[in-house]
Design a protein. Structure first.
Lengths: 178, 111
């Protein structure tokens, strides 16, 4: 039977895309309650923050998780970095704590050999509701499918939940399975 | 840690089922998906028949579909049960059996 935990930490993870942002909301590491893409037009920063405000009001998260663009080796472009900073400031003003996770930590959570595609496949295996969003393996000449950002956002949240847990990667993911 | 569950998880379960608002509206026998959107955004509370229909569609009990709402109602009922138990214990004419069942409601014990 589906049960929504009474005391789980609700975490919203956001990852900027070229047309807006992707998001994933977890109640503890085992329960994915929301996911998707938000598209914005016009003033993308302003519209993006408005969309984020709606999500914060709707899901009332305990924590906002985003990528740490200041981490060494980060390759996010200027617009994404700016959006992450503005979104973090906005969340803090709404009294929602923000945690920034370096890409390296996400890769560590899924295994050093992990790629975006492998992370997406792992997540889709544990959360079947994401399977319809799983893009096909990208060829060298193809541009990246926007839906991969949903998995990037979910990966950030999972990396956050995995932090500080002294369990192996296999044990952690085994516990995610229903 | 969050102490409050979301008022409802209708959107979560609809998306898990892979249904659109329009398709859910069809299953519920209503004309448009707007009504589903209103239920999901707490702009409208569904009637009892609709709640049962949603339970049948998503195959999730109503108390989990409307988890936050259920918690609020349960909290209020427990508070009233504590009050009633207090009143009943003062009134000696009430049977112990009755008092026990009210106390069970107050403490949230499953029968």
């Amino acid at each position: 039977m589906t049960r929504h935990p009474k005391t789980a930490q609700r975490v919203l993870a956001v990852d900027p895309t070229t047309r807006g942002f992707a998001f994933a909301i977890f109640e503890g590491p085992r329960s994915l309650v929301g996911w998707g893409l938000k598209h914005v037009s016009g003033d993308r920063e302003k519209q993006g923050i408005l969309m984020l405000a709606r999500l914060l009001a709707q899901y009332e998260p305990d924590l906002l998780v985003m990528e740490d663009c200041k981490a060494r080796g980060n390759r996010r472009r200027e617009r994404a970095r700016r959006f992450i900073d503005i979104a973090a400031d906005f969340a803090v003003k709404q009294k929602i704590p923000v945690r920034r996770i370096a890409r390296k930590r996400v890769l560590q959570a899924f295994g050093e050999e992990a790629t975006k595609q492998k992370i997406a496949e792992t997540l889709a295996a544990h959360f079947p509701e994401l399977q319809t969003h799983l893009p096909k393996v990208r060829k060298a000449w193809m541009s990246e499918d926007e839906r991969i950002n949903i998995f990037d956002a979910a990966g950030l949240a999972i990396a956050y939940f995995r932090q500080g847990r002294r369990v192996s990667q296999d044990q952690f993911f085994a516990r995610l399975s229903p | 840690m969050s102490t409050r569950r979301l008022q409802n998880y209708l959107r979560t379960h609809r998306k898990r089922a892979g249904l659109s608002q329009k398709e859910t509206a069809f299953l519920l026998g209503v004309k448009s998906g707007t009504k589903i959107s209103r239920y999901e955004n707490l702009a409208r509370i569904p009637d009892l028949a609709t709640v049962f229909a949603l339970e049948a569609i998503y195959r999730v009990p109503a108390r989990e579909l409307f988890a936050g709402m259920f918690d609020d109602v349960q909290r209020a009922v427990r508070a009233r049960a504590r009050l009633l138990a207090k009143r009943m214990s003062k009134n000696s004419s009430d049977s112990t059996n009755k008092l026990d069942s009210v106390k069970a409601v107050a403490s949230g014990k499953e029968s």
